[in-house]
Write a protein that binds this ligand. Structure first.
Ligand code: IVH
Length: 693
């Protein structure tokens, strides 16, 4: 959307604005454009050119100026996304054109049949198609008039939806204004999908779980739910994203015609006007055979995308032919959705067990008839708390729909009460801890029942299991089963006990040969030098999930630094709110916890940031980005390897990047990286060699 000349000009202006101390006599519209440019780089291109701090500085300068000169404020100023007022209700409004859904296809034969019909109707031998991802979010339509965003509407029943404009304005990848008039467009209705990306979804669910709340089953529900929140400032914090993929209605400026003939051109136009259209993901091909190839290739990349897709959408590229093909009563004939393998499956709820977690929370876990979903077999699934059971209307014996989207823990989407036989049994909650038998306790502001006996055996064991787990200290050979075994045998009583295990005793235990014993010794030894953020997470401080642990670790040199920080000081860190700060403060006020840490230090566990450097190889201070499809490694594995060795994964290509690792089909990121001489471009093989693997 910006030429390289424009980028250079705006970068120069950025520097000038950053060096300006006061906000007097400024050209506010120039500053707004500079801010819009950087928002686009961040939210649409995923490739920022300035730091968050510099962006904030620009934003604050504008905010200050507008406060002093309120008459200068424009409706599409970047400051005007932030609607202060709560929304009373979402008024109903008609779509300019009804929002139809698409016909679904599930295999090659379905597509071939659809193509045959389109060819028959059009009289053509071969049709040009464009193929793009089927974004799995909440569909919306946007209306721009005279270059300004005037309305954002949910799909509703297809004819009428809810006007959610104040919430749409919170989504930074959706421009508040766009230069449609330069293309002779007075009014336009655009369709698209609102998403929450996998990373933000994971963070959001982590937050819910830390608060003892049930996580959401999939990013689609998270996006749809977020759009209906009546406080736009909360919507803003959800970090939603918008993809726009279809223009349903255009009114030209008086005296003009619009001369766009292809869907692909329309996506390019939207992209050029600052929208996040699937221009880069889209492929244009001739004939259905080519379509099938593209779909197969894309499905392989599904897990590497930052957002969820549930299939591909195939569209006739010629807009004239689209018109000619028209629609049935339900669907357009010029487009079809190809659905990828479902990540949902039906099962049956067989029984419920109650498990005591490391914080004493008693969680009901449903044992279900084993089903294969999203690449794994699921036979038990958390049903979180009493309220959740009520809300999902779950009974023992029920048929249930479960989902495992991406690498998220499987969740129950809903029960299927229509299939009940009358034999189903209500789930009743225990009043005593299933482990230590003490009375359970529930505070007013929480949904979970807790065992408050800190020495409850179940809690102690769970704390150790958490400490050794993959995302915490990652003591591979220890694992849940061994922790339980060692605890039963009296060989392990607490967390420091891990580093004092008498491995000689293991020789007499079934299943332990010399090799497994030395593996265990090695894994325990290696964990002593894990990075500080893993230790912080491993301690199981309430509300401190993996993401928060990482943020905290960046701000301290030693774990004991946290002991001396007040709640206010802790809250200065990103991701640390009142609850987290209180919880950390309480943890470090407790002498037993300090003794535990001192004991760990005495046993050789690193509690310092600097000594947490990797032992295997050293990528500290080096940044990486992966692009294209890797053949030997999954992208998530490769990223984890980099992080384990002290390196950092960046979100986009910029001069901050040291290495770009390229798989097959590397695209724009590779092109961009080639233009920055300081970036070293590696193949997957080079990367593995670098790590001596
Ligand atoms: S085109 C007139 N393109 O999937 C048809 N839809 O039932 C306009 N979707 O309702 C829709 N990604 O919510 C189109 N690239 C894409 C899409 C897409 C997701 C959704 C949309 C639609 C549903 C299909």
């Amino acid at each position: 959307m910006y030429t390289s000349e424009q980028v250079k000009k705006i970068q120069k202006e950025t520097e000038e604005w950053l060096s300006k101390k006061d906000a007097l006599n400024i050209n506010a519209e120039e500053l707004r454009n500079v801010i819009r440019f950087h928002e686009h780089r961040y939210y649409v291109d995923n490739d920022p050119l300035i730091s968050d701090f510099e962006y904030d500085t620009l934003y604050k300068t504008l905010e200050k100026y507008e406060k002093e000169n309120p008459s200068s404020i424009t409706k599409d100023s970047p400051t005007q996304r932030v609607g202060g007022a709560l929304i009373k209700d979402f008024p109903k409004t008609n779509h300019l054109v009804p929002m139809l859904s698409l016909e679904n296809s599930y295999n090659d034969a379905d597509l071939i049949d659809w193509d045959r019909k389109a060819k028959e109707l059009s009289g053509l031998n071969e049709i040009e198609y464009s193929i793009e991802p089927k974004f799995d979010g909440a569909s919306i339509s946007l209306i721009y008039e005279n270059d300004m965003l005037i309305r954002g509407v949910t799909r509703g029943d297809g004819e009428t939806g809810d006007d959610i404009t104040p919430n749409i304005r919170q989504i930074k990848s959706i421009p508040l204004s766009a230069a449609f008039s330069q293309h002779h467009i007075r009014q336009i209705e655009i369709r698209g999908e609102i998403l929450i990306n996998k990373n933000n979804f994971k963070k959001y669910n982590e937050g819910l779980m830390e608060e003892g709340l049930p996580p959401l089953a999939n990013p689609r529900n998270a996006a749809a739910g977020s759009l209906r929140i009546k406080d736009p400032s909360i919507v803003r914090r959800r970090n939603l994203e918008g993809f726009l993929y279809h223009v349903s209605f255009i009114t030209p400026l008086d005296g003009y015609n619009i001369s766009i003939h292809k869907h692909a051109e329309m996506l390019s136009l939207l992209w050029d006007l600052g929208f996040r259209s699937p221009k880069k993901e889209m492929k244009v091909v001739n004939g259905i055979e080519e379509v099938i190839k593209v779909i197969n290739d894309f499905e392989k990349k599904r897990d590497d995308l930052p957002y969820e897709i549930d299939g591909m959408v195939i569209k006739v590229n010629s807009l004239e032919l689209q018109d000619k093909l028209g629609m049935t009563s339900h669907h357009p004939r010029w487009a079809i959705a190809f659905k990828f393998k479902a990540r949902q499956a039906t099962s049956q709820l067989l029984s419920v067990e109650f498990q005591v977690g490391r914080t004493g929370a008693v969680t009901p876990v449903a044992k279900i008839k084993a089903v294969h979903v999203g690449g794994v077999t699921v036979s038990s699934i958390s049903i979180h708390n009493e309220e959740y059971i009520k809300e999902k209307d779950l009974k023992i014996g029920d048929s249930i729909l479960i989902e495992r989207s991406g690498d998220v823990i499987p969740q129950i989407v809903k029960s299927l009460p229509a299939l009940r036989t009358g034999e189903e049994i209500n789930i009743s909650f225990p009043q005593h801890c299933p482990e230590c038998k003490q009375s359970l306790f529930k505070s007013d502001d929480e949904a979970v029942w807790r065992c408050i006996n800190i020495n409850c055996k179940a809690q102690v064991v769970e704390r150790i299991i958490h400490f050794v787990s993959k995302d915490a200290m990652d003591i591979k050979s220890m694992g849940e089963a061994n922790v339980r075994k060692f605890f039963e045998l009296g060989m392990l009583k607490d967390i420091p006990g891990i580093y004092e295990i008498d491995t000689n005793r293991l020789k007499n235990i079934e299943g332990f040969g010399p090799k497994s014993i030395s593996n265990l010794e090695e894994a325990i030894e290696k964990s002593k030098t894990q990075p500080l953020h893993r230790l912080i997470y491993a301690l199981g401080i309430r509300y401190v999930g993996e993401t928060t642990a990482k943020t905290i670790a960046q701000k301290i040199d030693s774990i004991f630094d946290l002991k001396n920080r007040s709640e206010e000081e802790l809250m200065q860190m990103d991701d640390v709110g009142v609850k987290v700060a209180q919880s950390i403060h309480e943890f470090f006020k407790n002498d037993d916890n300090i003794k535990l840490l001192e004991k760990l230090a005495g046993l050789g566990v690193s509690l310092e940031q600097k000594t947490a450097a990797p032992v295997l190889g050293n990528l500290t201070g080096q940044s990486f980005l992966f692009t294209g499809t890797l053949s030997r490694l999954k992208r998530s594995e490769a990223e984890e390897m980099v992080e384990k060795l002290g390196g950092e994964i960046l979100g986009g290509v910029s001069s901050k990047l040291n290495y770009l690792v390229t798989g097959s089909d590397a695209g724009s990121k590779l092109e961009k990286a080639k233009k920055i001489p300081s970036i070293k471009i590696l193949s997957e093989e080079d990367f593995l060699k670098m790590l001596s693997i």
